[in-house]
Design a protein. Structure first.
Length: 566
């Protein structure tokens, strides 16, 4: 593959992803003196999950004298169920408040009282500490950051897919190979920063953006980064299930914490007292999702395999502040949720697992950084409501600063060419960032992509992969179901290979990413023989302290003849 000189660019830092983490990382790196290029698969800013978020950021800002970072940390630890990386969580709670003030300084508008920021309750938090973006969603936040990025002189390349992290002769990240509107593009860079999280589209029903296909995780894995905690996939419990025009639209997690909101089954029973009698609808997302799943699977669901939300005793103005996007979507199809019950059901919302990185976003690959949803470590087994956007802000800032510093020290180094074919090895580790633990015997093959130029439609294969994930990695799982799903998954490989050979580079990369990532999620779901947070095994329903460890995956070169075989 030849890259013309016109298709080569240079930057100190190249950022992949234009959500909150990517934009803040790019802005911070630019302010640190770096020349920054940002690439995104779709339209800059609008092709990220941040654009669709309900606009809540949990942080201790000093507004509530009874709240503290220590209380926030305690809430995270309780919900993470023993799998939080302590240094990540401590950094997060300490810097969440300053990150909010940083966003304010950039011009982001939050709901306020006469005195200061307004604070809202959020499920799972012991204090009201969710700060809400004006407008009841994150569009205003993202629009403001897009304006700041343009003003800062950051090169913004939309409709551009990062397909390979390029490395120098020493194995450090040295740029990106991308495919954009004009074909192949090579960006030589002193540091590469991945902020392209989100994998919801590898499941059949999700609130994620259409481009959240998990390809960022695959990009990191192929580069040599460690992936961990992939079995912990968060289902948001209350996405709209009907009518079809708004299916998959999240009501916003903050809605369940509003006084007067009730979840009812098809019999009109308020059922959460059976699952969390203390917190009821304000329980954490894993508990709510399993409760709704159980009501539906036991025959107490609505005609569209959902439950009802009753908001008849809820304050309209309060809901508009926390769930404005939901209200606009449901009004557009002629439904008033304050006088009519609305059908909701769980769908895939967030990946707790991802790239193992330190507090500055450094990965196992020198010069490769990561921030936002693509990383693991803060949420453990379950993410608390409103912590996702704050995570993107805190670690976007930190990773952007660290990447700029790395680029200043290392400078530009010529990429050494494409990487070799790889295998993925699974390890059990106390801290995957250090890769402690004993490797498992099995190796999982992954392929290099990008062969053909045909127009083969990968849609049927993707639909089969999605069905396998529902079978083996859904809200409730069993070891037997995982094994069946893995067997069917392996049987797809010849068809996957044929489709890759006939697909263009972007379509092939997306399909390959989905195939490999789904395999790793199923592997992790079968390996963890306990229930913890979002990972619930009905055949081993209790949490096991022996599993206070992480399942990690790392790619390496194909072993020499005589070495381990897959």
């Amino acid at each position: 593959m030849e890259i013309s000189e016109a298709a080569r660019r240079r930057a100190d830092v190249v950022v992949v992803g234009s959500g909150l983490a990517g934009l803040l990382a790019a802005l911070t790196a630019r302010e640190s003196g770096a020349a920054v290029t940002l690439v995104a698969q779709g339209e800059i800013g609008k092709s990220a999950n941040s654009w669709l978020a309900s606009g809540g950021l949990a942080a201790v800002t000093g507004v509530d004298p009874e709240d503290s970072p220590e209380l926030h940390l305690a809430d995270i630890r309780r919900t993470a169920r023993g799998l939080v990386f302590d240094d990540i969580a401590r950094t997060f709670v300490a810097e969440a408040g300053p990150a909010i003030r940083r966003l304010e300084a950039l011009g982001v508008a939050f709901h306020r009282t006469d005195a200061d920021l307004a604070l809202f309750p959020a499920p799972g938090h012991s204090r009201a500490r969710s700060i809400r973006c004006e407008g009841g969603g994150a569009v205003g936040l993202m629009t403001t950051l897009l304006d700041r990025a343009s003003e800062a002189g950051i090169a913004l390349l939309g409709q551009t897919t990062a397909i390979e992290v390029l490395k120098d002769a020493g194995g450090a990240a040295a740029g990106l190979l991308c495919h954009g509107p004009d074909g192949w593009l090579e960006i030589e860079a002193g540091a590469v920063l991945l902020a392209c999280g989100g994998m919801g589209r590898i499941f059949p029903v999700t609130s994620n953006h259409a481009l959240a296909d998990g390809s960022g995780y695959y990009l990191a894995l192929k580069a040599g980064a460690v992936l961990t905690d992939l079995e912990f996939v968060q289902f948001t419990p209350t996405s709209l299930a009907w009518p079809p025009e708004v299916r998959g639209t999240s009501t916003g997690g903050g809605l369940m914490a509003q006084p007067g909101v009730k979840l009812l089954n098809a019999r009109g029973e308020r059922f959460m007292h059976r699952y969390d009698p203390e917190r009821l609808e304000a329980s954490t997302r894993d508990v709510l999702s399993r409760a709704i799943f159980r009501e539906v699977s036991e025959g107490r669901g609505t005609p569209h395999h959902a439950v009802w939300v009753d908001m008849s005793e809820t304050d309209r103005a309060a809901v508009a502040q926390v769930s404005g996007r939901f209200l606009r979507a449901i009004a557009a199809v002629g439904i008033d949720p304050f006088t009519e019950r609305v059908e909701v059901a769980p769908d895939v919302h967030f990946a707790m697992g991802g790239v193992a990185a330190d507090v500055d976003g450094r990965t196992a690959v020198p010069g490769l950084f990561a921030a936002g949803e693509i990383t693991a470590g803060l949420h453990g087994a379950t993410r608390l409501n409103s912590n996702g956007l704050t995570e993107a802000a805190v670690f976007g800032i930190r990773a952007g600063r660290a990447a700029a510093g790395h680029a200043a020290r290392s400078g530009l180094r010529p990429p050494a060419g494409p990487a070799a074919a790889r295998l993925v090895q699974s390890l059990i580790a106390t801290d995957p960032r250090k890769l402690n633990g004993q490797p498992r015997a099995d190796l999982i093959g992954i392929r290099a992509t990008g062969g053909g130029t045909g127009a083969t439609d990968p849609a049927p294969l993707k639909a089969e992969i999605r069905a396998l994930l529902v079978e083996g990695a859904g809200i409730e799982r069993t070891g037997a179901a995982v094994e069946r799903a893995l067997a069917r998954h392996a049987a797809l490989e010849p068809r996957i290979e044929a489709a890759l050979a006939a697909s263009g580079p972007v379509e092939g990369f997306s399909l390959d990413a989905m195939y490999v990532l789904s395999r790793l999620i199923l592997e992790a779901s079968g390996t963890r023989t306990e229930s913890r947070g979002a990972h619930f095994r009905t055949d081993c329903p209790e949490q096991d302290s022996g599993w206070d460890r992480h399942i990690a995956f790392v790619a390496g070169p194909v072993p020499a003849p005589g070495g381990p075989k897959p």
